[in-house]
Design a protein around this ligand. Structure first.
Ligand SMILES: Nc1ncnc2c1ncn2[C@@H]1O[C@H](COP(=O)(O)OP(=O)(O)O)[C@@H](O)[C@H]1O
Ligand SMILES: O=c1ccn([C@@H]2O[C@H](COP(=O)(O)O)[C@@H](O)[C@H]2O)c(=O)[nH]1
Length: 556
């Protein structure tokens, strides 16, 4: 699916795609530069993750990240057109993996009262390299390049200062860095895969700056000119222009369509080379390639299956019955999710606690010894497990990940993530315990990706407890074990079979086949009237766990 790049503005979440909604941005023709075929997205802002068709796996079969994000550094004078070039590159890329435009402006140092006073009098030098917190800039970029999250500062031009809140960024495959001094710092330069300098006539830059600073940054013309003559122009000559020698490509500040097309072609080729390499790697880990000789619970010491008591078997009998009443199904998934959460709680650390009882004696018991604990649900089938978790840990914060498989390749795609605060902040993530919730582990592809996301955020493997109703013993759980031996899995049952099938979701989703339950149930095992060839051409590949339980969402 190809969706135009569009900026997301949500504060606490990173949306990689909204599959069912048409793009919301209005676009406008670039009348100032009619040669540039691309359209500027009116909503486009810097420092945001841009919409895409979803993020394919960025790791190999051992769970290790295969490559870094591709980083482009764009320098040039103030109002030379750096942001414009960055946006045109994104636009020209068309159907792209996730992209972020990271602005140097975010990294202006925090100003005290003295500096602020000078700034409002146009007597603070914002164009000198010392005005930028280069080490923080390089550290944030290094994190993003390595696929880790970063919480970057937010700068207000109106206040001349950094705001208290930060912007959470994660998951970009392409990062475009822009700023007057983007090529100045050697540590920053080391992080770029492609370096661009936007070369623009000084008169044009000044004219653009006056217009922009009056309309967007609340400045007066006199103030702009004073600042320009005192700081902006000298700094351009001394610090900005000299960095053009580091650039791989010099792009004109106007009439730059051809240059942008060439850059986009280069970047597209680099990204395509990488994804081909990735697919070759991942093709090696189909569930059928696994060594199934040893029973999974023997080779997976961190896999805990609930004790198969008559009560538990009774619950599973209801959940496995294709004629189960909907109300019963909901009630018993709820009960099972509570059992599973109770069991999972046993794997959190506890420390001794001494209390005095109502009759005055001392009792030495236990209390939880964790700084942070939260849940993350893999949408949509992790939802039923949330109720059990909430019953066991009051007020627990539960985030979500939307992972779906791509129809044509069967590859999982990360479409959306909304993670609790304790995971978004790296220093908290390192001390957080996370209950990862999904209804089943079939091929393990979604679980694999979800665990990788948590590790990218700095959650230790040993602090991840995957809670699920059923695990396919012949499935990808063994791949999980090999890649992430520290992760614990708690499940209600081990089901022996994992079988390839075809789901005809399109016809059902369009409402053309209402009442045709045979076709609708293909994903969960009900026979279809279609031949395999027909199903393949109309549907998508799914993996079915057998004997399995009722409608528990998407099979991956
Ligand atoms: N190639 C171009 N053609 C026409 N106008 C442009 C072009 N590049 C930039 N501009 C205009 O110049 C102004 C400053 O551009 P911007 O990209 O924000 O500069 P910078 O990021 O270098 O400060 C904006 O109003 C933008 O629309
Ligand atoms: O508080 C501030 C911070 C910066 N500036 C000026 O901004 C430009 C850089 O931004 P561009 O978007 O690249 O033009 C720089 O020349 C500073 O002088 C400011 O005026 N006030």
């Amino acid at each position: 699916m190809s969706v135009p790049a569009e900026v997301q503005e949500e504060k606490d979440q990173v949306k990689l795609l909204e599959p069912s909604r048409p793009p919301m941005s209005r676009t406008v023709s670039n009348t100032l530069n009619p040669g540039c075929r691309s359209e500027i997205l009116l909503q486009a802002k810097k420092n945001t993750v841009l919409k895409s068709h979803g993020r394919p796996p960025w790791y190999d079969e051992d769970g290790k990240a295969i490559h870094d994000a591709f980083v482009i550094g764009i320098a040039g004078g103030s109002a030379s057109g750096k942001t414009h070039v960055a946006r045109c590159i994104v636009q020209a890329l068309g159907s792209i993996p996730t992209v972020v435009i990271l602005s140097q402006d975010s990294f202006y140092k925090k100003h005290g009262p003295e500096d602020l006073k000078l700034a409002f009098q146009n007597r603070y030098d914002f164009d000198h390299p010392d005005a930028i917190d280069m080490p923080l800039f390089a550290a944030c970029l290094a994190d993003l390049k390595a696929g880790r999250q970063s919480n970057i500062p937010i700068y207000s031009f109106k206040d001349h200062n950094r705001l208290d809140e930060t912007k959470y960024l994660y998951g970009a495959a392409i990062i475009i860095v822009e700023g007057i001094l983007a090529l100045h710092d050697p540590d920053l330069r080391d992080l770029y895969d492609l370096k661009i300098f936007v070369q623009c006539d000084s008169d044009l830059m000044l004219a653009r700056r006056i217009r922009r600073d009056v309309t967007e940054r609340g400045r007066s013309v006199d103030g702009i000119l004073e600042q320009y003559l005192r700081y902006v122009k000298p700094a351009y000559d001394n610090f900005v222009q000299p960095t053009s020698r580091y650039a791989n490509i010099i792009v004109p500040g106007s009439d730059n369509t051809v240059a942008i097309e060439l850059i986009a072609t280069h970047v597209r080729r680099k990204i395509e080379d990488r994804s081909r390499y990735l697919r070759q790697h991942l093709a090696r880990i189909g569930p059928m390639d696994l060594d199934l000789k040893e029973p999974v619970n023997r080779c997976f010491p961190n896999l805990t299956v609930l004790r198969q008591t008559p009560q538990l078997l009774g619950i599973f009998t209801i959940l496995r019955d294709r004629n189960a009443r909907r109300a019963d199904f909901i009630f018993f998934t709820d009960r099972l999710s509570t059992f599973l959460s109770e069991k999972a709680m046993e794997f959190l650390p506890y420390k001794p606690k001494r209390v005095t009882t109502p009759v005055g004696s001392t009792y030495v018991g236990k209390q939880l010894a964790v700084d942070h604990v939260c849940g993350v649900s893999i949408l949509r089938s992790g939802g039923p497990l949330e109720r059990g978790l909430r019953r066991v840990i009051q007020d627990i914060s539960i985030g979500s990940l939307l992972i779906q498989s791509e129809d044509s390749t069967g590859e999982p795609l990360l479409l959306h993530l909304m993670l609790p605060t304790c995971i978004r902040q790296r220093h908290l993530a390192a001390r957080s315990f996370v209950f990862l919730l999904d209804a089943q582990i079939g091929t393990g592809a979604a679980a694999f990706m979800a665990i990788r996301v948590l590790l990218d955020h700095g959650v230790p493997q040993e602090n991840i407890i995957f809670v699920t109703f059923i695990v396919a013993a012949a499935g990808g759980v063994r791949v999980l074990r090999r890649a992430y031996p520290g992760v614990r899995i708690v499940c209600g049952a081990l089901d022996p079979v994992l079988r390839e099938s075809w789901a005809l979701w399109d016809t059902v989703a369009l409402g053309q086949d209402q009442g045709d339950s045979e076709k609708r149930d293909v994903g969960t095992g009900t026979p279809t009237a279609k031949t395999r060839e027909e199903a393949e051409s109309e549907g998508r590949k799914v993996w079915v766990v057998e004997p399995g339980i009722g409608h528990i969402g998407e099979c991956l």
